[in-house]
Design a protein. Structure first.
Length: 327
């Protein structure tokens, strides 16, 4: 009898040890349910466009739904805060851009930490910005616009997608760099800005090229310069800002995928590899170029995190030196 009890106890111990060594079902295979990508801006913005492109790639690859969840508002504060507070299980990700950093820096007490709350997954794209003006202005070049604006201090206004957004800072950097006085007009979504620009009630703005490329091509507004050192293949006839004699007004952007802090490293690395596989396809690369961006499949999750840390320091200095404050 004693021998039988010992045998049973040994069998139970082996079984328990075996179960303990096995990974939890939720971690053994990933993903086993839909993935949500939170975008802290409205549909049609650069980050939204990239999130949807990647979502389609991942959905086809994983055979799981990838849901794009637009949470615009407060200059990106709402969506970025949701990413910070999400479960760290790999099923909620964020498509972020410089707005995540700027929104924190522009507030005394932001409800999230731009970098401490997340881990980098993949740097997705480098993005061209463009100086766009209403067709109602009698200008055709960036120097003509600057001359026109300097002669009308306080009469013109520039648009953004909210106080503390990347478009706000880009507009402020341009306005200060060229020495003009203009009024900032924040919008909640891209559609309203495009309508007001078409009506001539908004005079200019510095936006990511993918966001405003459709209305530019439709002739609803006019591109005067791209804010990068070289011209963009998406707008080959539009000069770079340095060509226009205003190199001090350069302003570039980026987008990338992040996960909440604490997301298992194995899942972060798997996501990185699967996203990079998509970014290396010719179809996605060409799609990004047509939108005025460049896919960035090189690098690692840690490399993307370090890049964001560098951007944090750059924008903190830019905001402090320019005396840029929330309104």
């Amino acid at each position: 009898m004693l021998r039988l009890l010992i045998s049973i106890a040994s069998a139970l111990l082996v079984a328990a040890t075996s179960r303990a060594a096995e990974p939890e079902p939720s971690l053994a295979v990933y993903p086993v349910k839909p993935i949500r990508i939170i975008v802290a801006s409205s549909p049609g913005t650069a980050s939204d466009i990239f999130a949807r492109s990647l979502g389609e790639e991942l959905s086809a690859f994983y055979k799981q739904r990838v849901v794009i969840d637009n949470r615009a508002g407060a200059g990106g504060l709402i969506g970025n805060n949701m990413v910070s507070k999400a479960n760290a299980d790999g099923y909620t990700l964020g498509m972020v851009d410089v707005t995540r950093i700027i929104t924190e820096l522009m507030r005394d007490r932001a409800p999230y930490s731009a970098l401490a709350d997340i881990v980098g997954v993949t740097h997705v794209a480098s993005i061209t910005n463009v100086l766009a003006v209403t067709n109602a202005l009698p200008v055709r070049t960036a120097p003509e616009f600057v001359t026109h604006a300097r002669g009308r201090p306080g009469e013109l206004n520039y648009a953004s997608l909210g106080i503390g957004s990347a478009s706000h800072l880009a507009g402020e950097v341009f306005t200060q760099a060229v020495g003009i006085a203009a009024v900032h007009v924040p919008f909640r979504n891209l559609y309203d800005f495009v309508v007001e620009m078409g009506l001539g009630r908004v005079h200019y703005g510095v936006f990511t090229l993918p966001s405003v490329l459709p209305p530019l091509r439709e002739g609803r507004m006019r591109a005067l310069a791209v804010m990068t050192p070289q011209r963009s293949p998406a707008l080959p006839n539009v000069p770079a800002i340095a060509e226009a004699g205003l190199p001090e007004a350069q302003f570039d952007s980026w987008s990338g995928i992040v996960a909440p802090k604490g997301t298992p490293r194995r899942i972060v690395e798997q996501l990185h590899g699967d996203i990079v596989r998509g970014l290396r396809t010719a179809a996605l690369r060409e799609q990004f170029v047509r939108q005025g961006a460049e896919s960035t499949p090189e690098g690692t999750p840690d490399g993307f995190t370090r890049m964001m840390q560098g951007e944090y320091l750059r924008f903190r200095a830019l905001i402090r030196e320019g005396g840029i404050k929330p309104e």
